[in-house]
Write a protein that binds this ligand. Structure first.
Ligand code: ATP
Length: 237
């Protein structure tokens, strides 16, 4: 049984249908990516999976449980964590306080301390600045903090919305190599990216979204070599 099954999902803002019947699955241990241009419906899909938006129709089954009607905080408790687009860290709280908020449903203090250390091992800069206000971090560092915070709930599924957005090439490589490390540790990841090259190079499976639909699916490798993907998303003529 896949960890996540999405079937014929449709989501609208008023009369505008942003997601028009998409289906895909994520197996435990996989990295699956949704790629596509601005406005294709990727963020809307993640927000719906997290319980932040109500779908018009369709099925979402997570870890064997249908999610429709389940509130967002219960979905987090079931093991789905979302690192949103634009990061949404708390700028006035310290880095360590931001990380602790990611563990707000947990009571195992010792393990939480261990997981904070793990976030510092993944991203040493966060450890060096643990007492500083998170708002003083650069964009790339805030992205690291958002990922670290999402991991603090020990998710079965980690959803990352455009982790490379606005980052320098070096920062982007750092984020991508961290995603590789997390995958090697067995974390299951659903990755939304506009940077198709980076996302496909580490994904087991990928889906191309275009105006609310999945237009093409395959392994990361297949999509990276697909001619239409290369033309549309990898900047080739
Ligand atoms: P991006 O990379 O820009 O986030 P995306 O693929 O994630 O792109 P969505 O943000 O899911 O796309 O947007 C899908 C469609 O829904 C777009 O046409 C967008 O304008 C529309 N949309 C998104 N949020 C809202 C909203 N709050 N109200 C109305 N329409 C919205």
């Amino acid at each position: 049984m896949p960890l996540l099954e999405v079937e014929d999902l449709r989501v609208a803002y008023g009369k505008i249908e942003a997601v028009k019947g998409i289906s895909f699955q994520v197996e435990a241990g996989e990295v699956v990516t949704l790629i596509g241009t601005n406005g294709a419906g990727k963020t809307t899909t993640l927000r719906t999976l997290s319980g932040l938006l109500k779908p018009l129709a369709g099925k979402i089954i997570f870890d064997g449980v249908p999610l429709l009607g389940v509130p967002a905080h219960k979905i987090v408790a079931m093991g789905m964590a979302h690192s949103p687009e634009g990061r949404r860290i708390f700028p006035r709280l310290s880095i360590e306080e931001n990380l602790k908020l990611g563990a707000f449903l947990r009571k195992d203090e010792q393990a939480i301390t261990g997981d904070i250390q793990r976030a510092y091992d993944l991203f040493p800069i966060l450890g060096e600045r643990r007492r500083q206000a998170a708002g003083t971090l650069s964009g790339g560092e805030q992205q690291m903090l958002a990922m670290g915070r999402a991991l603090m709930s020990r998710p079965k599924l980690l959803m990352l919305d455009e982790p490379s957005m606005g980052l320098s090439p070096i920062m982007m490589q750092k984020i991508m190599s961290t995603i590789r490390e997390l995958k090697a540790d067995g974390t299951t990841i659903l990755l939304v990216e506009q940077n198709a090259q980076a996302a496909l190079s580490l994904a087991d499976h990928g889906h191309v979204m275009e105006i609310g639909k999945i237009s093409l699916s395959g392994t990361g490798e297949e999509l990276m070599h697909d001619e239409s993907v290369r033309k549309a998303y990898l900047g080739e003529d």
